[in-house]
Design a binder for this molecule. Structure first.
Ligand code: NAG
Ligand code: NAG
Ligand code: NAG
Ligand code: NAG
Ligand code: NAG
Ligand code: NAG
Ligand code: NAG
Ligand code: NAG
Ligand code: NAG
Ligand code: NAG
Ligand code: NAG
Ligand code: ZN
Length: 708
């Protein structure tokens, strides 16, 4: 039964209130009858903040961050520089150190051995480009996988598509032998570590993961577009580095699950969180001979008939293989270290010290550059500090405490943010209002947001205050462009530093921009994510940096300064309905049945409590009663803690949020009501039933904080 049907029975008389909430529902906003005021009307403080942004100074910060190697745990100077800038603008800034497990590349090689005795040796590095200085730094970072297994493997190999469980199921159904072979997988779809995990769980002994131009749409050399550095298409030698931690099981230092990594912290066994087979990333041009050697062996790509299986590398059929006698010899040698990393924390105390808003960006990158990931966000954060510095000079003081964070070691597995949250969790549980994340602040021209539902209305209202520089026309706000691009706010999965906050019940937004279909190719985790690329292709003039920075700044300003916190707990109502209906469909297409009454009752109770909260807040505002307003603000601050349950999700204790989590087999993309949904998908209806109870209790816990 659909929740809407249950609701008619259960609440009848409140139907119009529910209708009202549905109209405020911003997840799938379609064209509203909304006319932008242009230029946006700003108050005096907003104007000071917005006017502080200067694209040429952002470009200077970007240049700094992208001209020195800063792999996790490697560049303390850059952390100190960041603290120095923030301090200059009035933030009390310090470094917070953690002592964590990381590994660094020592040696790697790959060889293709044809059955006839010939060999081919793929080149495992990107071309050096004369015009792009950092691609030629002597200390440039080798192409490797963070947290990968140190070792060798030599065997026949099988093409496994994007390497999801369903891909391996398909290979098994086709009778392809996997045991003892090496997996050749395509990037895209699930988080790369899960590709390696799935290969390992099928008895495979190594993995090679390649980039594919099929994910580049029409901006490809095959379609006549010149490649970087001569044009916007992908440079064929670009390689995607990245972590192969099992991100959907546990982020953070794999040797200290659940507690901060200090010098003397006990170290746990990490083998169920990182791979036990070696892996390497390669470019599409070097993958071509590997795929070609499988042509006419096994099942041809088209006939495999799996999503994303066939890519766009010229002259290959994406056949499964294996080709008898044709092998890969892979060597991936790394050095294990327990070493220091440095988070930078900058604080402006608010008048209400028990209300704290946190803004974070990671600083570490897989290459000397990192102009998009993550240092577009880092450059923006320095400019944001400058803007608040200008406001402080007028005598302004925020109502709430503002914390800026520059995380280290995000790339290995959200390590800096996770260890920090694990250390400060008692304080955060009592004070944190929201966490705002900017990672890849700029990689294209399309605004891109994912957020917890309580932040949806502030996400759109602030977007109306920002002038957007792109999309061909003048006089557009960020809101206009976002709405035209579909007007959706995503559900948070994982893949950046909001994860630890969200899974301790702290609402969050992850914001930035993404590539539009005709935007230049962004070479993720490659040496070509460089200042030269950004200044010539990604964001010439740093105009998008400026706009997204102004947006983040006003977002933070309102959360830190509005008398009434601009959070809308009631927006969870329609979201929970949507998740419920999706769950209902998942159950309908499964072989089992599940009674969801407890869950639907909890959602109804939540909606009722959210209405009580709205009434209370309305009364506080109309009577100008500051005690009552504090009560309302604290409810808005605290209610989402209820969604986090001790014990977490099945087999992954870290993930405590029972409303949304990264999919077990996706890593980035979210699943909603994950405890229930994933148990149903796995056919475990006993566990699903248990999680119906747990999820309902979590929703009731949130409701009880809101009710009056
Ligand atoms: C928006 O503008 C159009 C055309 O000027 C007008 O017909 C419409 O009523 C306006 N809508 C709102 C909500 O003001
Ligand atoms: C650290 O980063 C800075 C800024 O990019 C750079 O100047 C410096 O050379 C880097 N340090 C090392 C040891 O690479
Ligand atoms: C071996 O096979 C490969 C792939 O078919 C081919 O390119 C190569 O020329 C062959 N070498 C010899 C010595 O036949
Ligand atoms: C690519 O170009 C074709 C032909 O112009 C068009 O139909 C298609 O929508 C384009 N694809 C993308 C992803 O833009
Ligand atoms: C491909 O798979 C889909 C279901 O996933 C099925 O409907 C379709 O018939 C299949 N196509 C071929 C050619 O086997
Ligand atoms: C594909 O094969 C054709 C015919 O053998 C050849 O002319 C062409 O250069 C190949 N293209 C690539 C990109 O390998
Ligand atoms: C791994 O392979 C590399 C390169 O072929 C070789 O130098 C090294 O000795 C091998 N290590 C082991 C432990 O076999
Ligand atoms: C901010 O508040 C904290 C906690 O009350 C206090 O320890 C710290 O000294 C304050 N910092 C400044 C710069 O006032
Ligand atoms: C853009 O807005 C300005 C006011 O800020 C107005 O003068 C101008 O005519 C507008 N341009 C267009 C193309 O609408
Ligand atoms: C349902 O059961 C059938 C037969 O046992 C099986 O083939 C199918 O995969 C199952 N479907 C799901 C979604 O579990
Ligand atoms: C509300 O109360 C505050 C003091 O608590 C006062 O400064 C403010 O002027 C009042 N506002 C209104 C609209 O009465
Ligand atoms: Zn990043």
């Amino acid at each position: 039964m659909k929740l809407s049907q249950i609701l008619i029975v259960a609440i009848g008389a409140r139907a119009c209130q529910r209708e009202h909430i549905f109209r405020n529902h911003n997840r799938h906003i379609k064209r509203q009858n909304y006319n932008t005021t242009f230029p946006p009307v700003l108050d005096q403080n907003e104007q000071i903040l917005v006017d502080s942004f200067d694209s040429s100074s952002i470009s200077t910060w970007s240049y700094y961050y992208t001209h020195g190697r800063h792999v996790a745990g490697e560049n303390k100077t850059m952390a100190q520089w960041t603290a120095g800038r923030w301090a200059e603008y009035g933030f009390t800034s310090r470094l917070e150190e953690y002592y964590v497990y990381l590994n660094y590349p020592v040696h790697h090689s790959l060889q293709l051995n044809y059955a006839n005795g010939s060999t081919y040796t793929p080149i495992l590095q990107e071309d050096v480009l004369a015009v792009d200085d950092t691609t030629n730094y002597p200390n440039r970072v080798p192409a490797f996988h963070g947290y990968s297994f140190s070792g060798n493997a030599s065997a026949e190999y099988v093409y496994v598509g994007r390497g999801q469980q369903v891909d391996f199921n398909r290979l098994q159904a086709l009778g392809v032998e996997l045991e003892g072979k090496i997996a050749l997988a395509k990037y895209g779809g699930p988080f790369r570590g899960l590709k390696v995990k799935n290969a390992q769980e099928h008895g495979m002994i190594g993995a090679v993961i390649f980039t594919d131009p099929g994910d580049d749409g029409n901006v490809t050399e095959a379609k006549g577009v010149a490649a970087y550095p001569n044009g916007p298409a992908r440079n064929p030698t670009s390689i995607q580095r990245g972590s192969v931690q099992f991100l959907s099981i546990y982020p953070g230092d794999p040797t200290t699950p659940g507690y901060p990594s200090k010098k003397d912290s006990p170290r746990a066994e990490k083998s169920n969180i990182v791979p036990s087979i070696p892996s390497l990333p390669i470019s599409w041009i070097e993958a071509q001979p590997l795929l070609q050697a499988l042509d006419s062996y096994g099942t041809v790509g088209q006939a495999v008939n799996r999503t994303g299986w066939v890519g766009a590398i010229p002259n290959v059929t994406y056949s499964t293989g294996p080709a008898p006698g044709t092998t890969l010899s892979l060597s991936n040698i790394l050095e294990d270290k327990i070493t220091w990393i440095w988070d930078v924390i900058g604080i402006i105390n608010g008048t209400n010290e028990d209300e704290v808003v946190i803004v974070g960006n990671h600083r570490d990158a897989w290459m000397v550059g990192g102009a998009a990931d993550p240092n577009s966000g880092s450059a923006v954060l320095v400019e944001l500090a400058k803007a608040f510095g200008n406001l402080l000079k007028t005598g302004w003081k925020p109502k709430r405490t503002i914390v800026l964070a520059s995380w280290d070691a995000e790339e290995y597995g959200l390590v800096g943010s996770t260890e920090w949250v694990e250390e400060y969790i008692p304080w955060l549980k009592g004070t944190a209002v929201s966490y705002l994340n900017i990672d890849v602040g700029v990689s294209g021209t399309i605004p891109d947001f994912s957020a917890s539902p309580d932040l949806h209305s502030v996400t759109t209202s602030i977007a109306k205050k920002i002038v957007w520089p792109y999309r061909g026309t003048t006089n557009r706000t960020l809101y206009d462009v976002w709405e035209e691009e579909g007007g959706e706010i995503g559900v948070l999965g994982s893949g950046s530093d909001y994860t630890s906050f969200l899974h301790r019940g702290i609402g969050a937004i992850d914001l930035g921009t993404t590539r539009g279909a005709n935007d230049p190719i962004y070479h993720s985790h490659s040496n070509y994510d460089s200042y030269h690329w950004m200044a010539n292709f990604g964001d010439p003039g740093f105009l998008t940096h400026k706009a997204i920075g102004q947006y983040l700044t006003l977002f933070l300003y309102h959360l830190a300064n509005d008398a009434s916190l601009p959070l809308e707990p009631a927006n969870y109502g329609p979201e929970l309905h949507t998740y419920f209906e999706e769950l209902d469909e998942t159950i309908a297409s499964s072989n089992g049945t599940l009674d969801l009454t407890e869950l639907s009752d909890a959602i109804v109770t939540f909606e009722d409590s959210a209405q009580q909260f709205n009434t209370l807040r309305g009364r506080a505002l109309s009577s100008n009663d500051s005690d009552l307003l504090t009560t309302a603000n604290h409810k808005a601050r605290d209610f989402s803690r209820g969604f986090a349950s001790q014990g977490g999700l099945p087999g992954r204790e870290f993930f405590q949020n029972l409303i949304f989590a990264p999919g077990l087999d996706t890593g980035y993309a979210p699943t909603t009501f994950p405890g229930i949904t994933e148990s149903v998908t796995a056919g475990n209806f006993i566990l699903a039933e248990k999680y119906v109870g747990k999820t309902a209790k979590a929703i009731l816990a949130a409701a009880s904080i809101l009710k009056t």
